[in-house]
Ligand binder design. Sequence first.
Ligand SMILES: O=P(O)(O)OC[C@H]1O[C@](O)(COP(=O)(O)O)[C@@H](O)[C@@H]1O
Ligand SMILES: [Mg+2]
Ligand SMILES: [Mg+2]
Length: 354
Amino acid sequence: MTPNRPTSPYSLTRFLIEEERAGHIRPDLRLLIEVVTRACKRISIEVGKGALGGVLGDAGTPGQASINVQGEAQKKLDVIANDVLMEANAWGGHLAGLASEEMDHSVPIQDLSPDGSPAGNYLLLFDPLDGSSNIDVNISVGTIFSVLRCPEGVTKPADEHYLQPGTEQLVAGYCTYGPNTTLVLTIGHGTHAFTLDREIGSFTLTTRGMRIPEETQEFAVNMSNQRHWQPPMQAYVADLLAGKTGPRGKDFNMRWVASMVADVHRLLTRGGIFSYPLDAKCAAKGGKLRLMYEANPMAMLVEQAGGAASTGRQRMLEVTPTGLHQRVPVFLGSRNEVEAAVRYHREHDVEAAV
Ligand SMILES: O=P(O)(O)OC[C@H]1O[C@](O)(COP(=O)(O)O)[C@@H](O)[C@@H]1O
Ligand SMILES: [Mg+2]
Ligand SMILES: [Mg+2]
C-alpha cells in the first residue's frame, strides 16, 4: 500500500460481509439489511427536502386527515416513508412478508411481488417514521425496523406468524434523520453506528460496539402526563426530582425530544433512561408505544449495548405478543437506572398484595 494514503472508510457493506464471514449472519439476511438501509437513505432524502419537497403537513385532504390503524392522524411523510419501504421490498427475494405500524395487517410478499417470486425466509416489521409530531418543526425523526424468522413451512405468513417474543429478533435497527443521518444496527453481536456519508451515499461505520454507561443522571419522560401516571411511576419520578437531598442522593437532568429514535439515540450515546409508562390515558390500550415496531427493536439494541429494557414488570424481550399492534409500557437505557425503575414497580406490587 502507498504510504500515507488515506484508508478507505469502513462501509456498512464491508461490515456485513465480515459479519457473514464470521458466521454471524447469512447472505440472504445481509442482503435484506442492505435493501432496508437503502430505503432509509431514500427516506432521509425525502425528509431532508422539507417544505421545498412539499412533504410536510398532514396526509389526506384538507379538513379530512387520513387516520391509520393506530387511530392517529397520518403525516405526509408517514405515508411516503411507508411507501418507500414497501416498494424497496416488494420484489421479494429474501422476505416472506412485512408489517408496518401504518398498515392494518401484515402483507405476504407473494401479494406484492409482481412476478410472484418465491417467498424468502424472513419477516420485516417497521415503524416507517417515528416521531411524526416533530416532522413539521424540523426536529429529528427516524425509521425503526426489526427482522424475525418466518416459521418453517409458511410461505404466505399471516399476522399470527409475527407474534414472536423480542428474543427471536435476528436484526434490529433504526435510522435517525437529524443533523446527520445515522443508522444504528444489531445482528445480535453488539450495537454499531454508521453515519451516512452524503457525498458518496454510503453508510460508514463510526462507532463499533456502542456501550451504554450503567449509571446515569438523565431521564426522558413526557412530564405533562404526570397526573395520569400510576403510583409506582409517581414514586419513582418524585425521587428523581428530589435530587441530591432525596433518597436517590443525586441530581437528575431531564431531556425529552418526543421522537423515540432521538431519545434512544441519546441514551445509546451517553446513557440515560427513557420511559413511556402506563397512564390513565393509554392504560386501556396497554401503553402508548408499540411492542413490535418500537419497544422490541429498541430493547434489542439497548441490551446489545449493555443496557436494559423492561415494561416495568417484565423484561421487554420476553413479552409474548398477542397482537401485531400491541402497546406496552417502556423503560429502557442505563442498566442500573432501569433496574431502579423496576424496583419501584416491584415494591409497589408487593405492598399492594398484602
Ligand atoms: O408526545 P407524546 O404523545 O408523549 O408521544 C411521543 C412518543 O410518540 C412517538 O412519536 C410515537 O411514534 P410515532 O410518531 O411513530 O407514532 C414516539 O416517538 C415518542 O416517544
Ligand atoms: Mg413511533
Ligand atoms: Mg410512526
